[in-house]
Ligand binder design. Structure first.
Ligand code: SF4
Length: 140
C-alpha cells in the first residue's frame, strides 16, 4: 500500500495534465486527509502520467552508474563501521523521499527506487548513517 496526503497529490496535480487529481481520487481510498493506493493502482497512475507533466522524467542511472553508486555507498558504510540510523531518522528520511519527484515507491517489488542519476538506491539506503540524499533533501 502506498500512502499520500491529499495536499501532496494536489501539489503533484499542479504539474500534471488536467484529470490527474480526479484519477487519483478514483483509484484511491480516502480517509480524512490520507489517500491509500494499492500497488496496481499506483502503477496504473505512474504509467499514465510519468513524463506527462511540465517536469521531464528524471534521467535514471545506467547499470554501470548504479553499480558504482552502490559500491561507493558500501565502501563508505564499511569504512565507518556499518553504522545505522534510529527508526525516527529513518522515518523522517522516508517522509522526504515520499514527496520527492525522483522517488518511485512501487519499483523493485515494493523496495522502491530513487531515480536520481547519483543514487538509484532502494529504501534500505535510508538506514545507512553514512548516506545522504544526492539533492541534499536529507542528511541525518
Ligand atoms: S534520496 Fe533524495 S533524490 Fe532520492 S528520492 Fe529521496 S529525497 Fe528524492
Amino acid at each position: 500500500m502506498i500512502r499520500f496526503t491529499l495536499d501532496q497529490r494536489r501539489e503533484k496535480a499542479a504539474i500534471r495534465p488536467p484529470g490527474y487529481f480526479e484519477d487519483v481520487l478514483a483509484l484511491a481510498t480516502v480517509q480524512g486527509e490520507v489517500l491509500t493506493l494499492d500497488q496496481e493502482a499506483y502503477e496504473k497512475l505512474t504509467a499514465k502520467y510519468r513524463g506527462s507533466g511540465a517536469t521531464p522524467p528524471p534521467e535514471e542511472p545506467t547499470a554501470a552508474e548504479l553499480a558504482a553508486n552502490f559500491s561507493s555507498a558500501l565502501a563508505r558504510w564499511s569504512a565507518a563501521g556499518f553504522p545505522v540510523v534510529s527508526r525516527e531518522i529513518y522515518t523522517a528520511r522516508a517522509a522526504v523521499c515520499a514527496c520527492c519527484e525522483f522517488w518511485d515507491a512501487a519499483a523493485r517489488f515494493g523496495l522502491g527506487k530513487c531515480r536520481h542519476k547519483k543514487c538509484g538506491c532502494t529504501k534500505m539506503k535510508r538506514w545507512l548513517a553514512t548516506e545522504s540524499c544526492p539533492l541534499g533533501k536529507w542528511r541525518d
